[in-house]
Design a protein around this ligand. Structure first.
Ligand SMILES: NC(=O)c1ccc[n+]([C@@H]2O[C@H](COP(=O)([O-])OP(=O)(O)OC[C@H]3O[C@@H](n4cnc5c(N)ncnc54)[C@H](OP(=O)(O)O)[C@@H]3O)[C@@H](O)[C@H]2O)c1
Length: 331
């Protein structure tokens, strides 16, 4: 039976905010479909995650051409659920996709040429079963393609109506500033930048956030929980059903070092002293950053979504708590 959405899903008083200095409102939490939505994953669980996200008022779903495995299958999964359960709600959703990482064989299946980006966007639209995506990203900068060509392709995607907004991911501060200028000149300003940012990955603090604030570009932090490290997941070993336990593509058991675990335990104690879970402390910490509009989380079960959304009930951090976090991270 088709899903009946929760009529109270937009009741959360503080879930949405402007994306940088743009008009678009984004939820402070968004769901990414990098893991748990491929052909190999449990389709019923994938559907439950998407529908629970929607029912919580979280309007933004983040995809990329290559999410799966196999590449492309996360877009197919999302497209199936969208058409079966949420077909009447397209205008309530912000759906993003990206092109830039390896997607198909030959010279046009990756990086940032106009050919690659626009062909990839057409493929994504077919897999999603959509006429347009809301946000189209250049997934990574291409050192061998003029930035004008890559940004020209994003601008064309917007002007042709296949995307509503252009966005960047993994661009450094200098590349972001130049790209923002080109996109502005083309009449399709950059909406959003997607960097990796968490207590364990702070590179964006060295220049990128200044550029985003100056340019009025929103920031959406990916892997804000360091793929699950900044949660209670690994406090007592590596559970078989965790990312590190069953999917060794990106988070491997050897990444979970004793030095990291010492910090995770200390952060967990601080979170508990605030009456919250470590995941909630980690998300509150990312959301304290003025350049960040949204934390882009992953989830393997609906209960994680609920716990993560509850971060917003207790997200203010005192200067003493912030100093304690710095002390733990430096340790
Ligand atoms: N632009 C890029 O280059 C790029 C790269 C990577 C990711 N991304 C985007 O960012 C999204 C999020 O990345 P991510 O999945 O690495 O994010 P993350 O939020 O750092 O990690 C998500 C994982 O943390 C665990 N988790 C989440 N909430 C939890 C909770 N309350 N308690 C315990 N464990 C919890 C789950 O792991 P278990 O599976 O172990 O339960 C979940 O799969 C991706 O889906 C994608 O859209 C973009």
């Amino acid at each position: 039976m088709s899903h009946q959405p929760d009529p109270a899903r937009y009741a959360h008083p503080a879930l949405y905010r402007r994306c940088g200095r743009r008009g678009l409102l984004l939820p402070k939490l968004a769901l990414g479909l990098w893991h748990n939505f491929g052909t190999a994953d449990d389709a019923a669980n994938a559907r439950a995650l998407i529908l629970r996200t929607f029912d919580l008022g979280i309007t933004h779903f983040d995809l990329a051409n290559n999410y799966g495995p196999p590449p492309g299958s996360a877009e197919e999964t999302f497209g199936r659920v969208l058409h079966a359960d949420l077909a009447a709600h397209r205008d309530e959703l912000i759906i993003s996709t990206k092109a830039g990482y390896l997607m198909w064989d030959g010279p046009y299946g990756e990086w940032g040429s106009r050919k690659s980006l626009l062909a990839s966007l057409d493929q994504s639209l077919r897999r999603l079963g959509l006429d347009y995506v809301d946000i189209f990203y250049s997934h990574r900068p291409d050192p061998d393609t003029p930035l004008e060509e890559t940004m020209g392709a994003l601008a064309h995607a917007v002007k042709s109506g296949k995307a509503l907004y252009a966005a960047l991911s993994n661009y450094n501060p200098e590349q972001t500033a130049r790209a923002a200028q080109i996109l502005r000149d083309l009449g399709t300003p950059c909406l959003l930048h997607q960097p990796k940012y968490s207590m364990f990955e702070r590179t964006p603090e060295s220049g990128l956030f200044d550029v985003l604030l100056r340019e009025g570009i929103g920031g959406i932090a990916f892997s804000p929980l360091a793929q699950g490290l900044l949660t209670n997941r690994y406090l007592a070993g590596i559970p078989a059903d965790s990312r590190a336990g069953h999917d060794a593509r990106f988070l491997r058991p050897e990444h979970i070092t004793e030095a990291k675990l010492r910090k995770i335990r200390a952060l967990d104690a601080l979170a508990r002293s605030r009456g919250q879970a470590l995941a909630q402390l980690a998300l509150a910490w990312v959301l304290r950053e003025p350049a960040i509009t949204t934390v882009l989380i992953g989830a393997s079960r609906p209960a994680q979504l609920e716990e993560n959304l509850a971060t917003l009930e207790n997200s203010a951090l005192s200067s003493a708590e912030l100093a304690e976090i710095e002390r733990i991270l430096a340790g």
